[in-house]
Design a protein around this ligand. Sequence first.
Ligand code: SF4
Length: 454
Amino acid sequence: MSRQSCAGDDVSSLAVSSLCNAGDDEPPGQCTQVCTRRPTPPPAESPQWQDWRWQINRRIRRFDQLVALFPDLAEQKQLEQVIGKYPMAITPYYASLIRRADLSDPIFQMCVPQVRELLDPPFLSPDPLEEGMDMPVPGLVHRYPDRALVIATTMCSMYCRHCTRKRVAGTRESSISRRRLAQVVEYLGKHPEIHDVIISGGDPLVLPTEQIEMVLSSLRQVPSVDIIRIGTRVPVVLPQRITDELTTMLRRYHPLWINTHFNHPQEITPESIEACRKLADAGVPLGNQSVLLRGINDDAKVLERLYRGLVKMRVRPYYLYQCDLVRGVEHFRTPISKGIEIMEYLRGRLSGLAIPMFVVDAPHGGGKIPVLPTYVVSMSPTHTVIRNFEGMLVSYPEPCRFSPEDGSVPSDASAPGVWELSSGQYSRIQPAQTVRQERRDHICLAHQEQLGCA
Ligand code: SF4
């Protein structure tokens, strides 16, 4: 589909006055209501609104379409340059979730380009995860020993402004060819250590059902592939795509998992709830990967509401990602300490089922690194002191290592720990052999008399 074909005559009908204004009295992102207002015509009276292809064909793709919807942006001519560099696409459905047409609105921020996307500090790069360097065949990323990722398309229904793959998403809306897919299958066949394949993109669920099935059935030809996962934002930005036809097809390829990408409670709507219900009823376990985004969800209470909402929809919060070092997203990045602070808040307030793992996807292809608040306060051979979410400290006795001969406790079990330091019994505990200590010993011997350190 070319950019020009998405002219969208109906875009102008999505006037600002018709945007959802539920929760106008509440601060941005604080509305606890599920959005029910929609641009005219309302969904119940418009079969077209429920048609995912209609939604795709009516995406907002050009600057003039954006200005027709948000006239206040008319002065920001530089946005044309941003859109030229990083494509824009907003489904009418997702646009209808905007409550305020400015940067105080999280939905607006996630879909409407900003001039700040052109401001890049030097440490950002187009591909910070170096996926291109872990691609043994085009379209297949092999980084972890037992997993691989297939890029099935470069197209998405919406181009998230914080996307990690901004370098490819939407620059050319294409999908994997049969020839490429055959190369991927051949590689997987030669690497039986790969048991888990993630179909990603772009967004694979924007492809026609037959094409998704072509990818799934090809991967199922590889006997060593146990699990197939699909990464998609469709339940969030184009929930109409989760049709009965699609779920009927997906059922044929179990075990199949889906990870979706909700970032804010304002994205939980009757439509997205229904999309997740259909997938869960089709036997697909659902996980969610959020990205921590400045001014959007870098607030523990916002994420608490999001995660509570997701578990109610049978979607398990899986990862909370630190924003990657990608060009064009600097304005969304938060300090890592913010994520740690949020995880600290969530622990104890939410069940473990609703708490994702906070991870930094390390630059240079280092992979996902979990980052946690510190709960281990100190360790000794006999006891470990740990902290709970309230700040309570408890001592956990390590297993007793009785001597098999006489039942006595070995001497190393009574080696000094932090307690002995705190109580003043010892003034230091240090490793036995360090280079610095050896140097000191040497100096000491040489100057024994003068220094008096015999
Ligand atoms: S749907 Fe995913 S791949 Fe597509 S723009 Fe959004 S984050 Fe990027």
